[in-house]
Design a protein around this ligand. Sequence first.
Ligand code: NDP
Length: 282
Amino acid sequence: MYKIIDGKLIASEMRKKIKSDVAEQAKEGKEIGLAVILVGDNQASQVYVRNKIKACEEVGIKSYAYYLPAETPQNDLCGLISELAEDNNVHGILVQLPLPKHIDSEKVLKLIPKHKDVDGFSAENIGSLCINSQSLVACTPYGVMKMLEHENISVKGKKAVVVGRSNIVGKPMAMLLLNADATVTVCHSKTENLKDECLKADIIVAAIGKAKFITADMIKQGAIVVDVGMNRDKNGKLCGDVDFENVKEKCSYITPVPGGVGPMTITMLMYNTYLAAVRRCN
Ligand code: NDP
């Protein structure tokens, strides 16, 4: 019998707690602020930014939204980030990716100071995560750890397989699991015998970006399966990287799509902004 890990519920519980913690700070006169910068008119990015601002409203974080035209010169964007880096009202800075082609994203992101890098994408924060030192951790993998924690799933000593090695999901995910004492294997598009690797896993995290790619024959009986993927199936319906309907019966725990990891990501952004503010103030 499998249990579905309800990301929507966990995210909603976390947001309530963040809201009350943010309100406590406000009572002491400390208003927490998040700057969100969107360059250009990419429709998906506009939706993400809107959702982030909505989440700020929900938990009581003040958002500072900057909508810049697509042709904004890189120097202007850099100037804005440098100003926000110095602004004591702003505890987190988020630049919505992707940036227009004429802008060097790496150069721009480097200007966000480590303590305001609430996306946890900077080399400094990733480095701190690698040495298990205090950092702001990428929201999606951090959300996965919170989901496992919520279900009282200990990863200690377990064999975890992360499929995907992107800088924003796969790699930080592997580091978090390793820091929590799992034995971690990271797989990617060049991995030989992916099925054999997956079959050894007590915990699988799928972060591939291919609809229903992880099938039931790749899953060990009783495994915990976390699906980070967000794809459209051939009917245009939202689905994960895991073939949920066929895989679920083999699992002890599984996250659905939608309603699994997705709702955790923005919640962790709120949490990181709160953490960034509290660490600055104390
Ligand atoms: P990337 O495209 O950056 O990375 C995908 C990874 O999957 C790569 O490491 C790639 O390997 C690996 N991969 C691709 N094909 C295969 C294969 N055939 N076998 C094994 N590994 C393979 O994606 P992201 O990490 O950014 O995102 C992954 C998924 O998670 C996407 O569906 C995305 O939409 C979703 N996502 C969801 C979020 C949420 O909030 N729920 C947040 C962020 C992402 P290689 O490195 O060799 O190319």
